[in-house]
Design a protein around this ligand. Structure first.
Ligand SMILES: C[S@@+](CC[C@H](N)C(=O)[O-])C[C@H]1O[C@@H](n2cnc3c(N)ncnc32)[C@H](O)[C@@H]1O
Length: 283
């Protein structure tokens, strides 16, 4: 089976299902979806506010979102943007996103080969998706192909040099760091990790990891996007250590503790995720 088929099968269980189970969500009724979205935006406050996604200036924008999962970002886009196209390699996230929004158009397609004309969107958003495709750099090029000159691409990919990567896969990470220092930030084409390592980042409800996970560095991204008008990369995100504690304790301030961590050196210098906001050069 090729990687696209494996990805399509694996992600037909909505990404976020483990959390949904923890939150006690079993149905897709509006109040359950609202509970999930509330959790999502409080866990990723920098997605909810304007740190990376320019929510308040989307009213005249045609937006493409790629890699939908439970669809929290899609539902917010539905309320804020002029037009939204929601694209995913698996059918289930496309169907779920469409059924929980009013005006969103869906497309089942791979970001490696998008079925859209060049320069046809004002904004392209892809959070947590491109590193699963098997062609991280090619999928970034596709995002830039479909966004118009002067338009913005917002993406989140996994950080090759996060604290977790150093702990879980120290030798590979140090070796990559060495190559990066010698001027080769895409050493081993984005650095893929084995599935047994990948499950520290993503797992479905059966405990299996996605078929493919790779990691990028800020320097590698910035170098690949040298032709963009502006590129801003930032590190953020730390693990949810609250799962280690009983629910009763979690309610008593552990959320506050994680919020503090999100403002710490750990998140800003060794965080799990790279957010990249880049503007395509005008012709
Ligand atoms: C980890 S989830 C992220 C979902 C959501 N953006 C979020 O932040 O929770 C990754 C998503 O990317 C999708 N995906 C994986 N490979 C893809 C590809 N080649 N093209 C388009 N979507 C893909 C998966 O189906 C899944 O919905």
């Amino acid at each position: 089976m090729n990687l696209s088929q494996l990805n399509s099968d694996y992600w037909s269980q909505l990404c976020g299902s483990r959390i949904a189970h923890r939150l006690g969500i079993t149905a897709a009724d509006p109040s359950a979806v609202e509970t999930f979205d509330k959790w999502f935006f409080s866990f990723y406050p920098y997605v909810a506010d304007e740190t990376f996604i320019p929510w308040s200036s989307l009213e005249s924008s045609r937006v493409l979102e790629i890699g939908l999962g439970y669809g929290t970002t899609t539902r917010r886009l539905d309320k804020k943007a002029k037009e939204v196209v929601a694209c995913d390699i698996a059918l289930a996230p496309v169907v779920f996103s469409r059924s929980t929004t009013q005006r969103v158009a869906g497309a089942q397609a791979s970001v490696c080969n998008l079925p859209f004309r060049s320069n046809s969107f004002d904004v392209v958003i892809s959070l947590g998706c491109l590193h699963h495709t098997g062609d991280l750099r090619g999928s970034i090029r596709e995002c830039f192909r479909v966004v118009r000159p002067g338009g913005t691409v917002v993406m989140m990919v996994y950080n090759r040099y996060s604290y977790k990567k150093f702990i879980v896969s120290p030798i590979t990470t140090i070796r990559s760091f060495w190559h990066e220092l010698r001027g080769n930030p895409w050493h081993r084409a984005g650095e893929t990790v084995k599935v047994r390592v990948a499950h520290f980042w993503d797992r479905n409800t059966e405990g299996s990891a996605p078929p493919h996970t790779e990691f990028a560095s800020r320097r590698g991204l910035t170098r690949d996007l040298a032709s963009a008008t502006s590129v801003r990369t930032s590190l953020t995100n730390v693990d949810d250590i609250t799962v280690l504690f009983p629910l009763r304790l979690q309610r008593r301030g552990f959320e506050v503790f994680r919020r503090r961590l999100l403002n710490s050196f750990l998140a800003h210098k060794l965080g799990l995720d790279i957010y990249c906001v880049a503007v395509k050069a005008s012709n």
